[in-house]
Write a protein that binds this ligand. Structure first.
Ligand code: IPD
Length: 283
């Protein structure tokens, strides 16, 4: 039986494995902070740059007509209708400190695809891998093909009452944004079992996919944080949406489809969600 998007997934898995091996090896040689981004605490390491270079070279030498967007600065247009979206190390601060929750993320999206139902499929991720080398976990997904961890199918948790839900979130590197986030999270804490801050948005989404979290919401994400892991979560039974925070920042939300709307209501009541006009569900 033909597996849809199998060639793209195989290419993504192979490139991510090489990049993961590289970042793991570079960590044993000592981590060099190569620069700062949105604030002094938002850092990039030499390994982020080396892994993005490796991913760009591997993916575009196999498919030279595709576009390529990377966290560390690459934004190359393509002509094939496909674009790779990569985060060479999601969880760079964890990587710096030796916490194991960091991952190489590779997604490939259709940028100018007309869906079979006539809808515009622009930006639809069709194959994805999140490779966490220090955890020994490789999450994969293809559109319509399910989600897997190390080759085993994964699924979201059954829905439990709100007060029993464990929710993942993250804090932005910009002071004003994180102060606002502290306010939303304080209100959320009154409503749920507890909150986790894992340090990798991609692995938080994979935790929703694998049933280790009941939901995830974070303000200030970027497409490379959630492109790959968003498909993993969606294929495992989550609804994944990109909304807007009250400050107008990008907000990623994921929860099992069984009660996504209940989670969305609690997020709105906690203050996470801004203007809902134009909000989109991406997976
Ligand atoms: C960051 C991590 C972190 C999240 C930040 C992201 P990076 O990505 O995913 O958990 O809170 O919003 O920017 O910088 O380590 O690739």
């Amino acid at each position: 039986m033909t597996r849809p998007y199998a060639d793209l997934l195989d290419l993504a898995v192979g490139a991510a494995a090489e990049a993961a091996e590289l970042v793991l090896r570079m960590r044993t040689e000592g981590v060099d902070v190569a620069g700062e981004k949105s604030s002094p605490t938002d850092i990039v390491t030499r390994a982020d740059h080396a892994a993005e270079d490796l991913l760009r070279t591997r993916l575009l030498s196999a498919r030279p007509d595709d576009g390529f967007l990377g966290e560390e600065g690459d934004d190359l247009p393509g002509t094939s209708g496909l674009r790779w979206v990569v985060d060479p190390i999601d969880g760079t601060v964890n990587y710096l400190y030796g916490h194991r929750a960091y991952a190489v993320c590779v997604a490939v999206e259709q940028v100018d695809h007309d869906g079979a139902d006539g809808t515009d499929g622009a930006g639809r991720v069709v194959a994805a891998v999140v490779h966490a080398p220090a955890l020994g976990e490789v999450y994969t997904a293809t559109l319509g093909g399910g989600a897997y961890c190390n080759g085993e199918p994964i699924a979201v948790r059954d829905v439990v009452p709100m007060e029993q839900r464990l929710i993942g979130t993250g804090f932005n590197y910009v002071r004003e944004v994180r102060l606002a986030q502290a306010g939303y999270v304080a209100r959320l804490l009154e409503r749920v079992r507890d909150v986790r801050r894992g340090g990798s948005a991609a692995l938080d989404l994979c935790s929703v996919a694998a049933g280790r979290l009941d939901g995830y919401a974070e303000e200030g994400t970027h497409p490379w944080d959630d492109a790959a892991a968003g498909l993993v979560a969606a294929e495992a039974g989550a609804e994944v949406a990109i909304w807007t925070s009250p400050a107008g920042n990008r907000l990623t939300v994921a929860a099992p489809k069984g009660d996504f709307s209940g989670f969305a209501d609690v997020l709105a009541e906690s203050g996470f969600v801004g203007n809902t006009a134009g909000n989109t569900s991406v997976h």
